[in-house]
Design a protein around this ligand. Structure first.
Ligand SMILES: O=C(O)CCC(=O)C(=O)O
Length: 254
């Protein structure tokens, strides 16, 4: 493991997350943005309704979330499977990182909803919790358009915090007891320029506000990896996803 990854791993183990402010050169960020535009224009309209979400499904300019992007497109497959993101995830996990999801997280101007406080591992249904999420800002992120907040050290607790259904499309579960004194004292926010790169433990509590800007979007990509020794409860996971999809269809949200 190189020196940089060692330092990031140390931070990650203590805090439950680490931030790298210049992970990719500007040119690479521009390339990713161009490929994302292509994907949104050409591939998104062809996707099944559980892999593309809109704040208002009648208004395609309000696209908020894409799921499993790497399964539909070679550029994004390479970005998650054969890149320095995958290498870093493997270093942090201490074993080969297997790509599980590549998500687009947008908060459209004016209407982008909050990201409820949650722990990713609660959704993953893993027997061990060897999973990480990486998050890459594709434009400037701050308190106005909804930057990420972490609760420092929240990954160190054995149990997950209680979650319940959230009303936010794309984030079906949120913490039901969020906002304790400890949560408030340990919350750290991550504003930054395009290219801001974050990595967090599957147990780390994180959240973001809605987009209060009337003019700026908040575009980011999320990369989920499981360690190769992770044991999924695939049956339970797939059953939950199917139930959720039916509910969202019934509510006419997707
Ligand atoms: O981009 C966001 O607001 C949420 C991201 C998130 O929850 C994640 O990457 O796990």
């Amino acid at each position: 493991m190189n020196f940089i990854n060692k330092k990031i791993k140390q931070e990650f183990e203590i805090d439950g997350y680490a931030a790298i402010y210049s992970f990719f050169e500007e040119d690479k960020i521009q390339e990713i943005k161009n490929e994302l535009d292509r994907y949104v224009n050409i591939i998104a309209p062809t996707l099944p309704n559980h892999h593309v979400f809109y704040e208002d499904k009648e208004d395609k300019s309000t696209i908020k979330n894409l799921q499993q992007m790497f399964t539909y497109d070679d550029y994004f497959k390479q970005l998650i499977e054969e890149s320095k993101i995958q290498e870093l995830a493997s270093s942090i996990l201490g074993e080969k990182a297997i790509a599980k999801n590549l998500q687009y997280f947008n908060k459209p101007a004016g209407v982008g909803k909050p990201t409820p406080p949650h722990q990713d591992g609660y959704y993953f249904m893993l027997k061990k919790h060897n999973a990480v999420t990486c998050w890459l800002a594709l434009e400037k992120v701050d308190e106005e358009n909804g930057c990420i907040h972490y609760v420092k050290g929240s990954h160190l607790h054995e149990e997950y915090r209680p979650h319940g259904r959230s009303e936010i499309l794309g984030f079906s579960q949120g913490l039901t007891d969020f906002g304790t004194e400890n949560d408030k004292l340990n919350t750290v926010s991550f504003p930054g320029e395009a290219g801001t790169f974050l990595i967090h433990n599957a147990k780390t509590i994180h959240w973001a506000e809605g987009n209060k800007s009337q003019t700026r979007t908040r575009k980011a990509l999320g990369f989920i990896y499981y360690g190769e020794s992770a044991e999924e409860d695939k049956e339970a996971h797939d059953a939950y996803q199917l139930k959720l999809r039916k509910e969202l269809e019934e509510k006419n949200l997707i």
